[in-house]
Design a binder for this molecule. Structure first.
Ligand SMILES: Nc1ncnc2c1ncn2[C@@H]1O[C@H](COP(=O)(O)OP(=O)(O)O)[C@@H](O)[C@H]1O
Ligand SMILES: [Mg+2]
Length: 272
């Protein structure tokens, strides 16, 4: 049987930032190959500055490739689309709107009638474990709750792909574990494809069906590792006691810490 077509296909992708004044190019991503499978939860793991956010921005359609292929369902990505929802690290909620209106915003922009969009928003707020906060404003919520609203809002738009850029990095450690467990539960129930960026090895293993490890910048994919745990097994209580989890963490830590190949560094320096 032929392998299923990837949801997102990335080949030889190079992403440069060009300084508008000097014209100098800074290479953030260099010749990156990656296929994201339909319905999978893919974590992309890499050190700070390796190009993770830049890669996500390109998939979201916010920045254009310098070179290479970037496609969803076989069609080149040319700009942002409701098919690809984004959740950022910072709480991108509108401060003057209450939780319900923030969550229903995308639906409103698409012309969905009030009763229907509120019903949909409430359904996803409940899925994100948010109850009785419809009329609160973002500043009245904890960081963890604001991030739950951001996830609920993205899900309410029923995207095919959810792109998440270190969404839990700014919340405290206890809340982060709760949010991670909730995200596992949500992804278990939905046909969504998730592209999740993190610099945390533990988070990548806990959430991912696969973990793609990037090299130091300019980034490319060093290795892709399968995560063998069933979604239903993924609680921090179980994972912390699991020897396989610890072994996988050691392996991934080594991969993340390894320096970029020397010839790769030289080509990057030549390009800069
Ligand atoms: N808007 C920008 N203009 C120029 N360089 C940038 C810009 N954004 C990021 N960079 C640079 O591109 C590289 C990759 O950045 P980024 O994708 O944010 O990394 P990561 O998310 O992995 O920490 C870094 O060297 C960073 O300094
Ligand atoms: Mg980043």
């Amino acid at each position: 049987m032929a392998p299923a077509a990837p949801k997102i296909h990335i080949a030889a992708l190079t992403l440069d930032y060009v300084n508008a004044e000097t014209g100098a190019a800074h290479r953030a991503v260099a010749g990156l190959d990656l296929d994201v499978r339909a319905g999978e939860f893919l974590c992309v793991l890499g050190p700070s500055g390796c190009g993770k956010s830049t890669l996500l921005s390109a998939i979201a359609g916010f920045i254009r490739p310098t070179a290479g292929t970037l496609a969803m369902d076989g069609e080149p990505i040319r700009g942002p689309s409701a098919e690809r929802g984004v959740v950022f690290q910072e709480y991108a909620l509108l401060p003057w709107m209450n939780v319900l209106d923030n969550t229903a915003l995308g639906l409103k922009l698409r012309g969905v009638a009030r009763t229907e969009r509120y019903a949909t928003a409430r359904r996803f707020l409940a899925l994100a474990n948010l109850h009785d906060v419809d009329h609160k404003y973002p500043h009245e919520l904890s960081g963890g709750m604001r991030q739950r609203v951001a996830v609920a809002r993205t899900l309410a738009n029923s995207p095919e792909v959810m792109l998440m850029d270190e969404p839990f990095a700014a919340v405290d450690a206890q809340t982060r574990m709760v949010l991670q467990e909730e995200l596992v539960r949500i992804s278990e129930r939905s046909p969504l494809t998730v592209f999740f960026i993190t610099h945390s090895v533990e988070e990548a293993i806990f959430l991912g069906d696969r973990v793609a490890v990037m090299t130091p910048g300019p980034g490319r994919i060093r290795e892709i590792v399968d995560v063998p745990f069933a979604r239903a097994e993924r609680t921090w209580k179980a994972m912390n006691a699991d020897a396989d989890f610890a072994a996988l963490r050691e392996r991934l830590l080594e991969l993340v810490r390894a320096p970029a190949a020397a010839n790769h560094d030289r080509s990057a320096a030549a390009a800069a």
